[in-house]
Design a binder for this molecule. Sequence first.
Ligand code: PLP
Length: 469
Amino acid sequence: MGIEDVGIEYVSTRGIAPALGFADTLLTGLATDGGLYCPADVPELNLDGLGPESSYADIALAVMWPYVEGSIDKQTFTTMVEETYSVFHHPDIVPLVDLGDGLHLLDLSQGPTLAFKDVALQLVGRLLDYELTSRGERVTVLAATSGDTGSAAIEALKNRKNVNLVVLHPHGRVSDVQRRQMTTVVAPNIRNVALDGNFDDCQDLVKAAFADPSLRSEFGLAAVNSINWARVMAQIVYYVSSSLRLTGGTSPVSFAVPTGNFGNVLAGWYAKRMGNPTGQLIVASNRNDILTRFFATGSLTAQNVAPSLSPSMDIQVSSNFERLLWEASGRQGEAVSKVLSDFRTEGEVALEADWVGFIRAEFASGRADDEETLAEMERTHSEYGLLIDPHTAVGLKVAREQRDDSGNPMVVLSTASPAKFPDAVKQATGIHPELPPFLAELHSRIERVERSAADLESVVTQMRALNQS
Ligand SMILES: *Cc1c(COP(=O)(O)O)cnc(C)c1O
């Protein structure tokens, strides 16, 4: 399917690759010029007939339809959205937990792998399957994971006939539960690769594969990392649903987001652009705080990635920041390319004052180190009797610290279940959080994983091995 008359066009942040419709954007992943696809027009929210009591699926349909229109018919998409959210383990799909004092947690961990990645990937898996089936095509999805994307992608794509999935995770840098959620899934189309490197190495190798036209054509490469626009799109929904539930969409709500690759908080920014009444958007980092330092100084300065208690945020190069830079630059693809290549070669780049001004006007930011993360987990347990995971704790700590005095409700995105990070929870509270019954046997299942060097040739060998099996 090309660009249909009715659909939104998607354009690359580097300004060279051709504009595409939704379906081609979904399948292309990274643009051929190395950029990320973004909607050329951001649609206005149309929530006619929806209110605080509306179902999540109905809100999801209203928010996402303008982005996919022209690539899929409405009835098929409606059914797909309903099926997607029927696999969640809570009737509200993304329940809000009231902590008092206008502070709320948005629990995004009710999906099959206990982290927020499920909310988007359960839909993306279905969208990919639908599109590939209608085209009669097959693809290899190459995914980099800092822990949670991998299992969410595996749950979304396992046993799908037209997709092979190779997942790269940094060896020894993901939690035991995270690793087992990936390596114990038995499906013929899945291969787990433990890479001798960190998450940024995994992400760089995915980008290197996409940059090689011969690999693209050999494997029909596709991506489900948040470089894929459909991920960001599906995440917009819960910002809108939170606003509807808390204020009927009539007054601003603020959000604090534990951030790694910047995909989740970027979705909040798109929700705001669509007209969702939004107060603060707070970017919360752990000790890997390149974004927090950027907000303070206006420069992006790389440092080595240091392991932390919140491993899904152990990232220095946040892919989706490129989408924001592109908007901040007034959509100058060439200027964005230059900034990013300078950052690659120099490890540091100072951004133009008007870009920095644009970004500072839209976001606040803060950081929490491991000690502060543990203290927040302990406090949440003693004050509210609630166990939270370390990523959520980073968000909550920074939310308390950065919250303005507007009186707007503050929603902290709770991105994972405490059961996914039992060691950190135990260390903070003395309590070992139990896995839910559907994962109770995780620790007795057999693991299957390949070890690989952090170079493209070794990764390609793994991809070929899966294709030939
Ligand atoms: C992926 C992840 C994050 C970071 O989200 P980004 O969209 O990459 O910023 C935070 N917390 C958890 C639990 C995650 O899995």
